[in-house]
Ligand binder design. Sequence first.
Ligand code: G6P
Length: 368
Amino acid sequence: GAAEKGNYPHFMLKEIFEQPETVENAIRGRLDHEMASAILSGIGLSPRELLQIGHIVIAGCGSSMHAGLVGEYYFEDLAGISTSVEQAAEFRYRNPIIEPNTLVIPISQSGETADTIAAVREAAAKGAIVTALCNVVGSTIAREAGRGIYLHAGPEISVASTKAFLSQVVVLLLFALLLGRNRRLSRSRGAELVAEIEQIPDLIREVLEQALEIKKIASRYAHVDDFFFIGRGCLYPTALEGALKLKEISYIHAEGYHAAELKHGPISLLDEKHPVMALANDIPGRDKILGNIQECRARKAPVVAIATRGDRAIRDLTQDVIEIPPCSRFVAPLPTAVALQLFAYYIAAERGCEIDQPRNLAKSVTVE
Ligand code: G6P
């Protein structure tokens, strides 16, 4: 009902603005300052069992799969554990390799997505250790996995996922920190990460404060038919998620690409009618993205850039810059995703779309 939306015109906007608190809820009680690590009791694995994990397989659909793709960077870089991300729909048909030391992490906001449930059952039948990331307490996946980490994002009403996605990424970072400290990650690096994780709610607040500025930029793009989103590193899956948000709620054709893949195809489409959203935060790879922006501009493609506050070089290339506070590469997907949510939201609002209930989409897809 209208009351639950408070002063917001849509649940999606309300949920976007809740994110400083929902991320705080995902973190609360889960940081271990003493050990420079994370505490995730729900995973139900002892330090010795954690040490035995040889491979991680993440399975999910839609935004949950995109969160998993960010998590892949975390687990490989921080914990040194090889990780693969599967579309949950493909998992059982691919005959996945599950060994006794394989950890399967199903990710699902609702815990009721049919393809992800099927992946959990297949993984369990093959003897995998299964630890689920769900938002809905007592949902099918949470129950069947038996162990897991709840997101604590509260009910998500908007069909397009926002706060659950952010909490998934935060929880994956906590999990990677724990696994990292369990193996090769130093105490000092762990302590740095703990401090960075604690800053995430404030980083999000700073992005939310720029909502009007983002709205202004969005209004200049509300009429377009196509959009490319490009990024590198952890911002590559963030680009996928940004493109998904835009196409879900505004019906604009949007594609996320790894920035380096532009030249392997999409660049042939670029012209004044094909704008590009470039995730150009000041993290490793930023100089290469700068080169990609120049390539886009040379083909007259309008560019919206997400950049770290004060990045003059990017302002020289395009007037449409959304500024993100400085942060490390592992944390960067979070404030960046919030900026992309707002961008998609304001475009869809300007186009008069049914934002909370886009046509043909369901909050939870309970059939295969
Ligand atoms: C649907 C929703 C998406 C969501 C996906 C996975 O497609 O519209 O927003 O990301 O299902 O849902 P889950 O509940 O498994 O995270």
